[in-house]
Design a protein around this ligand. Structure first.
Ligand SMILES: [Zn+2]
Length: 364
């Protein structure tokens, strides 16, 4: 009998996560999937959603280990009948959550920002504010009508968030954002200096209610930021030298990143099964009170991404995931983002915040 079952049979009072009141709060394992069209890294002119047929296997795997994925869903996937059926069923059974993931370049209203937005894939924060507001409204309406549920969780496309975007999300009723990638800067990701990515290197690595005037700081808005689980990698002199030389040589830069990764993400990349399992025991997880896993839905289909190009690579991915989720089973409790938000509200995420900070307060 597991601990939760023992508590139930003893008739003791319970927390929302199933643990007894007064018992140590187990860390949460949050599974987030950016649910979007096929291989968008290849910047296709026509976006397809064949990966929707491969997602049932992942949903079943999560359920096998008591985990609940949050499918952060974009425009084309919200309109895909195959995904709609899978997601509606999982939500109806309490086995998943649907949230919002916004790709600015193909979410209506379509008003081009560059000579080819499908090629350049600009961030939403680069569009005029009126368009930002309207795109958020159109996609939220589509998701809420499709899945007959209030949208409360969100991740920005291409990791692009700023104060204006966050304020509009809160205004629309969102309660969770998970766009922040601590220790990571996306500034050099885009060649065009007019459309630079965000720099999150000075952002917290734990959950915090956003200050909407400065999203680096904990504040008292209703929007809970749950940053990705990322820790800095080793940074020996040889790696710094290789990266410096590699500025003009992409293969050399890739070599340096492969053997001396500047950060470790809690995200499979075909080579990091051992590093993923090491995450489960990291001090940073104990401090944050949660682990946030992420993938793209297209990475679950053979050839749907550069990382997993073949059926064999997908089978190896599932072996890695089986080992990881089995190892996590006894130490973590599976939660959707909305469930974690509720736990934060009830004051059970105290380990996530240093005592006395504004973000440690619960909001009603
Ligand atoms: Zn995306």
């Amino acid at each position: 009998m597991n601990e939760n079952a023992k508590n139930r049979s003893a008739g003791s009072a319970q927390r929302p996560d199933g643990g007894a009141i007064g018992a140590p709060c187990p860390h949460a394992l949050l599974i987030t999937i950016d649910t979007e069209g096929d291989n968008l890294w290849s910047t296709p002119e026509t976006i397809t959603t064949r990966n929707s047929a491969f997602l049932g296997r992942f949903q079943s795997l999560c359920e096998k280990y008591g985990l609940k994925p949050t499918w952060l869903t974009n425009w084309e996937m919200a309109r895909c009948p195959v995904f709609r059926e899978l997601a509606s069923d999982a939500v109806a059974r309490g086995a998943a959550e649907i949230g919002m993931h916004l790709h600015a370049w193909n979410t209506p209203p379509l008003e081009p920002l560059t000579e080819d937005d499908f090629l350049h894939q600009p961030l939403l924060i680069h569009y005029p504010v009126a368009l930002v507001r309207e795109k958020i409204a159109r996609l939220t309406d589509l998701l809420e009508d499709t899945f007959e549920a209030k949208m409360v969780s969100h991740r920005a496309g291409r990791w692009g968030l700023d104060e204006t975007y966050a304020r509009l999300l809160e205004h629309r009723g969102y309660l969770v954002d998970c766009t922040v990638t601590p220790h990571v800067s996306w500034r050099s990701e885009t060649g065009d200096t007019d459309f630079r990515g965000c720099d999150y290197t000075s952002f917290p690595g734990h959950a915090y209610l956003l200050d909407l005037d400065d999203i680096r700081r904990p504040g008292c808005s209703a929007l809970l930021e749950i940053p990705m689980s990322i820790v800095p990698g080793p940074d020996p002199l040889i790696a710094r030298v290789l990266r410096r030389i590699g500025r003009k040589s992409r293969p050399l830069h890739r070599f340096a990143d492969r053997f001396f990764p500047p950060q470790f993400w809690f995200r499979p990349n075909r080579h990091n099964g051992h590093a993923l399992r090491e995450f489960l025991g990291r001090d940073s997880v104990a401090q944050a009170g949660y682990l946030q896993f992420m993938m793209h839905s297209s990475e679950l289909m053979p050839g749907g991404s550069p990382r997993f190009p073949t059926e064999k690579s997908i089978e190896r991915l599932y072996e890695t995931l089986e080992e990881l989720f089995a190892a996590a089973r006894t130490r973590f409790v599976g939660m959707t983002l909305a469930e974690y938000r509720r736990r934060f509200n009830t004051g059970h995420s105290e380990s996530a915040q240093p005592a006395g900070t504004p973000a440690a307060r619960s909001l009603a």
